[in-house]
Design a protein around this ligand. Structure first.
Ligand code: HEM
Ligand SMILES: *[C@@H]1O[C@H](CO)[C@@H](O)[C@H](O)[C@H]1NC(C)=O
Ligand SMILES: *[C@@H]1O[C@H](CO)[C@@H](O)[C@H](O)[C@H]1NC(C)=O
Ligand SMILES: *[C@@H]1O[C@H](CO)[C@@H](O)[C@H](O)[C@H]1NC(C)=O
Ligand SMILES: *[C@@H]1O[C@H](CO)[C@@H](O)[C@H](O)[C@H]1NC(C)=O
Length: 564
């Protein structure tokens, strides 16, 4: 062989460099090479995990890999799944690793960032401090607005509606009965309507929030729009560069059809209109003359915090009464409100639907009976709360919060059917160490995508024996009290953990507990058709639905006083 020409030599060098950079280094030398691979191609290509993820098969697939290989599994050249507490979620989430752009691509409404979509720690915690007070447990349990919401949404909207379905005189547009059989309801629709009314009432005030419980048409239309938006997150989230390229050459609609954008527009317009109504209500409010439930608790808090910033930026002057909002501030509030209503209604609606499913299975009838007994022992109880009685007293919010079996039933549902079982991606800072004590991997470079998932954490058989079984009593001790210490709480991850943990977890618990209390104080439920209850298998655990378009049909029967 004669000596090579200069261009050929350059080509050979380039080839060797690429070979080293993309094959040799990731397989043999990267610190990540010390982590077991999910698939033989994982060190050099993300295609395998993208394929699994695209087909909504990630939860069980990755869970099985952890069972086989331990708490660290390498999913791609620069992506690791982590399934342990020490050296895992404590390091990543309590340690405040940044979010990266996985969230910002799909959760920034109106093109404006909110708490959930913000990638970096600093601006995020500033935003979170503005809001966390309205969602604090002590504030919620003492909130006159929340009491009024329970009275209106549960006693005046839900119980009469369910009553009509059970009596068999529900007709027409309000066809909540759905099935031809008397007393049968679609649980997912009912609970979605209730949680939407509940969350938006707390955000915007009862008069300004949604009224889905009394308008099934609107509820169904919204759910349809919302599911459309959700079904197309894969491309922008997992392949942002490719998606941006396709859009730039006018082929974006091959990935995300146009009607999805239209559905999105509907959703954004609707939320803006509630913001406008809340703004008007706030401006016309004087003193405490109005119904407490009409106070827009979250909107008002968000507005006050952002106006303070706006005024500081504009002139450095102190805030004046009635400062009008700039468009930027308006959209900033709306983006936050839309994220919270979406985060707040579907998660809780899913939780309630799976709770109803488990409770209504024949093998759990004893648990249902014990729960009913616990609920009817409340004094005053939801069984006595009636819209016909002026000034009916509701059960005390704190007492409801402390009912042990009610708490256990919800915790166990959040464990087995976590509404967000999917990955919560973060990115490593430089020189990170991951892995359980004794099996750490050091020197992980900056920018590696790392993630845990409630699905796997909640199925650790050492912490949750027989993890696939719904067993609420595992959350109670021998005296029937809530067992809140120990390993279970460290592994419980339905709301995430650390600085980016769910800001609405207390509202979620409060609304779920009150809805369950109001319904099962007065009714017994049985599964009629649960063919639609398989989880979809993605980030969210919503039910897939059956080919007939139903999710969970339950039969409701009035619980007679004598049964109590
Ligand atoms: C059963 C009900 C709920 C469940 C299971 C749930 C679960 C979660 C989880 C797992 C996260 C972390 C997600 C991630 O980092 O990828 C989260 C964050 C969040 N949730 Fe919830 N959530 C529930 C109810 C609510 C409610 C009622 C609200 C508000 C009204 C809410 C608002 C939020 C917000 C704003 C964040 C982002 C927090 C941040 O970035 O600091 N959630 N939720
Ligand atoms: C909700 O809808 C019902 C029935 O359409 C109506 O009577 C009621 O006034 C509405 N409530 C609010 C707050 O919009
Ligand atoms: C129900 O909502 C739909 C769609 O938003 C609306 O057009 C209709 O007027 C509402 N029906 C009632 C009875 O309020
Ligand atoms: C996990 O994914 C499988 C499909 O691979 C699905 O059958 C199952 O219901 C999913 N579970 C959850 C909680 O998402
Ligand atoms: C709940 O049931 C009790 C009797 O067990 C009854 O007195 C009460 O009116 C019912 N409440 C509602 C709102 O249906």
């Amino acid at each position: 062989m004669d000596h090579l020409s200069i261009p050929a030599l350059a080509l050979v060098l380039l080839f060797i460099t690429l070979l080293y950079r993309y094959i040799v280094y990731p397989i043999f030398e990267s610190p990540l090479s010390r982590i077991p691979n999910a698939h033989p191609t994982s060190p050099i290509s993300p295609l395998w995990i993208l394929y699994i993820r695209y087909n909504d098969r990630e939860n069980a697939t990755v869970h099985a890999l952890h069972a086989q290989h331990g708490p660290l599994v390498r999913l791609g050249p620069s992506e690791v799944s982590v399934n342990c507490v020490d050296g895992g979620i404590k390091t990543i989430y309590s340690g405040g690793f940044d979010k990266g752009d996985w969230y910002s691509k799909v959760f920034a409404n109106y093109g404006v960032h909110n708490m959930f979509s913000t990638a970096l720690r600093e601006p995020h915690s500033k935003r979170k401090r503005m809001l966390s007070n309205v969602y604090a447990k002590s504030v919620l349990l003492a909130s006159p607005a929340l009491r009024a919401i329970c009275q209106t949404v549960l006693c005046e909207r839900m119980l009469p509606l369910v009553g009509e379905v059970v009596e068999g005189d529900r007709r027409g547009d309000g066809d909540w009965g759905k099935s031809k059989t008397k007393g049968v309801m679609e649980a997912y629709e009912l609970f979605s309507a209730l949680t939407m009314d509940f969350v938006t009432a707390y955000q915007f005030g009862l008069g300004q929030g949604s009224n889905f419980t009394q308008n099934l048409t609107h509820c169904r239309k919204w759910l349809e729009n919302y599911k459309a938006r959700q079904a197309y997150t894969f491309w922008p989230q997992e392949m942002p560069a490719f998606t941006a390229f396709m859009r730039s050459v006018g082929l974006g609609t091959l990935l995300v059809p146009k009607w999805v954008d239209e559905a999105n527009q509907d959703i954004e317009d609707w939320c803006l209109s509630m913001c406008d109504k809340a703004e008007a209500a706030l401006q016309s409010r004087s003193g405490d003359e109005k119904h407490a439930g009409d106070y827009p608790s979250v909107y008002a808090q968000m507005r006050a915090s952002l106006v303070k910033e706006q005024v500081k930026e504009e002139s450095g002057l102190a805030e004046k009464q009635g400062t009008s909002l700039t468009e930027e501030t308006q959209l900033s509030i709306a983006s936050e409100m839309l994220d919270q209503l979406a985060a707040g209604f579907d998660t809780s609606g899913i939780t309630l639907t799976y709770l109803a499913w488990e409770l209504s299975k024949p093998q759990n009838s004893q648990i249902q009976a014990s729960l009913q007994e616990e609920l009817r022992s409340l004094s005053p109880s939801y069984a006595k709360a009636s819209p016909d009685v002026e000034g009916t007293e509701l059960p005390d919010a704190k007492v409801i919060d402390e009912l042990p079996l009610l708490h256990a039933v919800i915790m166990e549902t959040l464990r087995l059917h976590a509404a967000i079982p999917g990955i919560q991606p973060r990115v490593t800072p430089s020189d990170a160490t991951l892995g359980p004590p004794g099996a750490e991997v050091h020197g992980i470079p900056q920018g590696v995508r790392v993630e845990s998932a409630a699905y796997s954490l909640h199925r650790n058989p050492e912490v949750f024996p027989k993890p696939e079984e719904w067993r609420p009593l595992r959350w109670l001790d021998a005296d029937g009290k809530v067992d809140s210490g120990g390993e279970k709480m460290r592994w419980f991850w339905a709301f995430g953990s650390g600085g980016r943990m769910c800001v609405g977890s207390n509202l979620a618990m409060a609304q779920t507990k009150n809805i369950v209390a109001a319904l099962w104080s007065n009714y017994t439920t049985l599964v009629v058709d649960d063919k639609g209850m398989a989880h979809r298998g993605g980030y969210m655990a919503d039910p897939l639905g059956s080919s007939e378009g139903s999710y969970l049909l339950i039969q409701l029967e009035k619980l007679r006083a004598a049964d109590a």
